[in-house]
Structures are given as C-alpha cells and as structure tokens.
Design a binder for this molecule. Structure first.
Ligand code: DAH
Length: 338
C-alpha cells in the first residue's frame, strides 16, 4: 500500500517534470489533487485502513501530497515568469519607431512676403500702423485730394457701401489718419487688405498693399529713392536695378511709378516683362502739399514721401507665379510649394 503511494508520488513527479506549460500543470493538479484525484481518493479511503497502519499510511499520504503540491507550485511559478518575460519581450514599446506623421502647416506665401517686407522697413526705423478696411469716402478719396466726381477716382473700381462709406481701395487713407493724430517726424508703414471690383489673371477683388511714408522737415525725393533702393535690393537681390518713371497720383506731387529690372530674364526681355526688361512694382511720390494741409500740417514747414506697393505682385515676382488668383484659392498643392 505504501509502495503504491510512493509510486504515485514518483509518477506525479515525472509528469510534472515533463509538463510544457501552465495548462499541463493545471491538468496534473486536477489528476492527482483534484476532488476526484488519485491522491484525494486515497485520502478518502484512510478510514478503511487498520488502526496500526493508519498513522504511517496517513503520514506518507500527506508527505506525498505536500511533495506534489510543492513541485506543482514551483513549476507553475516557473512557467508564469517565463510567460511574463515573453510578453515583456514581445510587447516591448520601441520608442525609436517613427511616430505617425502629422503634417505641419506654414504661413501663406502672401503673409510670408508681407512679413519679410515689414521686417525690412522696421529695421529702417518705420512704425507699423493699421487703418479700417471699411473706410469713409473722406479718407479713401477726399482727404487724398480726390474730391467727388474727380476723374482720378475711376482709376480704382470701388465697392461702395453707401455714398459716404467704401471698402478701402488702397492703404493710402492710413497716411491721413496717422497724420491727423501725430506730429512729425513720422516714419510709418501700413500693411493691410484692400478691395477693388476687378478680377482676372492679375487682379483679384481683395488683395494686400503696404503703404509707406515719411514726413519731416527737409524730406526729399532722394530719401525716397534711397529707401526704395534698399528695399528692392533686400527682396530681389543687390543686382536689381530701379527706374523712376514720371506718373500721376492726386495725393503726390511729383509722382512716379517705379520699375525694377525683370527678375525673371534679368532685363534681357521675356513674356513676364513683355519684352521690355522692366517690371512695374510700385507707385510713389512726394506727398501733395494739399494732403499735408488737409491733415493739419504746414506744407511750408514739412515735406514727405509716400509709396504704395502690392504684396501679391511682389510675391508673384519673387516666386515666379503667373496667376494672382492662385493666392486666395488656397489649394494645398499650391501652398505646399512655399
Ligand atoms: N494708392 C495707390 C494705388 O493703390 C498707390 C500709391 C501710389 C500709393 C503713390 C502712394 C503713392 O503712397 O505715393 O494705386
């Protein structure tokens, strides 16, 4: 009888050694120690053993049960830690794996150009001012020496809100607004949106301008030339030439239109400069004494220059873009190129 228990114990020991995983361990536990297990059966029949043999038989049974239990527990522990290690290995987070790519946005090419130009004039000591986009007819036209029914108003196709209010057609009204509230010396740029009822490859109804002006005693046309030369050289390169052509604006006298040597063909002639080698980029002049006077300045004491520049036009030349309508379209395939 004792031998039988010892051989059960040995058999269980063998099986535990051969077990491959937690499932095997569980099966062996049930087989020997479960409710209907081999050793449990022997325990139950302890009562039928003679009194003399019972203590030793009982002890051997208990020892065998403890032995098997202990062995099962150790093996189970072993499998558990192997399993844990395996899952740590396979589920390890590799922090060096590249993450999901989130595309970066960037500033619109018009904003980039505007920021670049603004930075140049700030470095020359200019302050940035802003004016309203919904503007009084008075500031947009009258105070700039364009009374009602003046033919020069036809140069700018205007969106009228009513007889006295317009969407500003240019940034020049900021000149008057700033002069009204400040005394010279003034060195100001006024960037912003302007509106004209016009649309084709080189015109859109909403675009951007940058107005610049300087007012003080003894400001001369040469100051304007020097500033503009510096600006053009910073944006388009030092080998770009400038050309001042006489022109007319009611708010400047004398007035000029400024051309730069074609940035595409370097002046030899191409379809961008229509074979002339020159491209017009801005309007400028000495502020008309009447405008100074209407803004409350004594034109005998103060003089000033002013210029107005289209930002989209500069961006088109800088990046070689041939259709202004691409800017407000906001097609990502276009924007991603800048
Ligand atoms: N305001 C003019 C326009 O939009 C541009 C301009 C021309 C502005 C000459 C000026 C200037 O300050 O002096 O057509």
């Amino acid at each position: 009888m004792l031998n039988e228990i010892l051989s059960i114990k040995n058999l269980a020991g063998e099986e535990i050694k051969k077990a491959c995983n937690l499932k095997d361990i569980q099966d062996i536990r049930i087989k020997y120690l479960g409710k209907k297990g081999v050793l449990t059966g022997r325990m139950k029949s302890l009562g039928s053993i003679s009194k003399e043999d019972r203590p030793e038989y009982g002890r051997t049974l208990n020892e065998s049960k403890n032995f098997i239990e202990d062995l099962l527990n150790r093996q189970e522990e072993q499998f558990r830690s192997t399993e844990l290690n395996q899952s740590i290995q396979t589920q390890r987070i590799d922090v060096t794996v590249p993450g999901c790519f989130v595309p970066f946005g960037h500033l619109h090419p018009v904003t980039q150009t505007l920021d670049e130009i603004t930075a140049i004039f700030i470095s020359l000591g200019f302050n940035v001012e802003e004016g309203p986009e919904i503007e009084l007819d008075f500031y947009n036209f009258e105070a700039l020496n364009m009374p009602r029914d003046h033919p020069a108003r036809d140069m700018q196709d205007t969106f009228y809100i009513n007889d006295d209010v317009v969407l500003r057609t240019h940034t020049s009204p900021v000149q008057v607004r700033v002069m009204e509230k400040n005394i010279p010396p003034l060195r100001v740029i006024a960037p912003g949106k302007v509106y004209r009822c016009d649309a084709d490859v080189s015109h859109i109804p909403m675009f951007h301008q940058l107005e610049g002006f300087m007012v003080d005693k003894d400001i001369r046309m040469t100051d304007l030339k020097g500033m503009l030369e510096l600006f053009v050289h910073s944006v388009f390169g030092i080998d770009t030439s400038l050309r001042f052509r006489p022109s007319f604006f009611p708010f400047t006298e004398p007035s000029a239109e400024i051309d730069i040597s074609c940035v595409i063909c370097k002046g030899t002639g191409c379809n961008v400069c229509k074979g002339t080698g020159w491209i017009e980029i801005l309007g400028a002049g000495m502020i008309n004494p009447r405008v100074l006077e209407m803004s409350g300045y004594d034109p005998d004491l103060y003089t000033g220059f002013a210029f107005g520049l289209g930002i989209e036009r500069v961006a088109m030349l800088k990046y070689g873009i041939d259709d202004i309508r691409l800017f407000p379209e906001n097609d990502k395939r276009f924007l991603e190129q800048f």
